[in-house]
Design a protein around this ligand. Structure first.
Ligand code: BDR
Ligand code: CA
Length: 341
């Protein structure tokens, strides 16, 4: 066969393969997702990000937990995020008002009295869904196809822990749990060694870890590398819609504290990295490692012990994300916010 014909045939095979691949990408069903959250400035950015991405993420519900502020306030802010995203059909269930064992702590010093700095908070038009978040998790995960539902955990893990304690069999319905939490290389943000979400309910994190679900952790190690800058905030504001103005105002107020405290050139948007990871995991890198949580009283309370080098020779139980493409993250966030009103 002449070289010319062989070349044309190879080209044709390549084109057929490419079109098959692109039609698979278009046809891939969106991921079934429940977002468990304690809004919170960065939680609200994460919610807007996820709700603006329906092609990839089918947000079945938002479940709220006490954390950054009290449960009534986190539930109000979750409903506000849903309203701002124009996605009022997504139900919001309120969950646990207190952690499993420890006394509650809040982070009003970072997120403001209402849990949302930089913007005015009002009572959203639509109320909460009937029933508790914990019962919703039990019913939904219990009745789901095996390995079908992903959970994004953006706050203390109390709701999922309570659901797993009451109905351990629900683990079957879970495809994956992606957590914003923990710290190893970076050090902590609420104590020198503990990150806020783990410190706020370490016993809950232990229950989830022990359940054997597939777990991915996005700790401070990565979120403190994915930082705002003046140019990135300008990029968001330049989108010129209501959502981008809100995110610009929230982030302007939110990042200042961390920049001053850590001497960073910009601030982290922690929880939004979970959504970016679900949309574009190639922006991040990490390793399968063994991790444990310290829930003993004392200076290491709430610390995540991440065995990055495999020193303990124990089986890996989490995917620990260590770094991320910061500009890639802000480009993706901007692209998605541009779709909102
Ligand atoms: C985490 O703690 C909370 O204050 C933030 O919302 C984020 O989930 C960062 O440590
Ligand atoms: Ca949070």
């Amino acid at each position: 066969m002449p070289e010319r014909v062989q070349k044309a045939k190879r080209l044709l095979r390549g084109l057929v393969l490419m079109s098959a691949l692109s039609s698979t990408a278009v046809l891939a069903a969106p991921r079934d997702l429940i977002i468990d959250t304690d809004p919170g400035a960065d939680d609200v950015v994460a919610l807007l990000f996820a709700l603006a991405s329906p092609e990839e993420l089918k947000v079945r519900a938002i479940t709220t937990v006490a954390g950054n502020v009290r449960l009534d306030k986190t539930s109000c802010n979750a409903r506000l995020a849903r309203e701002w995203a124009g996605r009022e059909e997504v139900p919001v269930y309120a969950g646990a008002p207190t952690p499993l064992v420890r006394t509650p702590i809040y982070a009003e010093n970072i997120h403001g009295e209402e849990g949302l700095p930089g913007v005015a908070v009002h009572e959203p038009k639509k109320g909460l869904a009937q029933g508790s978040a914990v019962q919703y998790l039990i019913d939904t995960l219990g009745g789901a196809e095996p390995n079908s539902i992903t959970l994004a955990m953006l706050g203390p893990q109390t709701n999922l822990a309570l659901a797993l304690i009451q109905a351990p069999q629900i683990v079957k319905g879970i495809k994956e749990v992606v957590v914003m939490g923990g710290a190893h290389f970076n050090g902590g943000n609420i104590t020198p060694v503990a990150e806020f979400n783990l410190y706020a309910d370490p016993q809950a994190a232990e229950v989830v870890l022990r359940s054997g679900v597939k777990l991915t952790y996005l700790p401070l190690d990565v979120t403190h590398k994915v930082l705002t800058s003046e140019a990135r905030l300008k990029q968001i504001r330049g989108l010129n819609n209501h959502a981008s103005k809100l995110v610009g105002d929230i982030l302007d107020a939110y990042v200042k504290g961390d920049m001053a405290h850590y001497g960073l050139p910009g601030g982290p948007v922690h929880d939004a990295s979970v959504i970016a990871y679900l949309l574009k995991p190639e922006l991040f890198s990490g390793r399968q490692i063994h991790m444990s949580v310290d829930s003993r009283e004392g200076p290491t309370f709430g610390q995540t012990i991440a065995d990055w080098y495999g020193t303990l020779e124990l089986p890996a139980n989490v995917m620990w994300i260590e770094s991320g493409d910061a500009q890639g993250f802000f480009d993706l966030l901007s692209e998605r916010l541009a779709r909102l009103q």
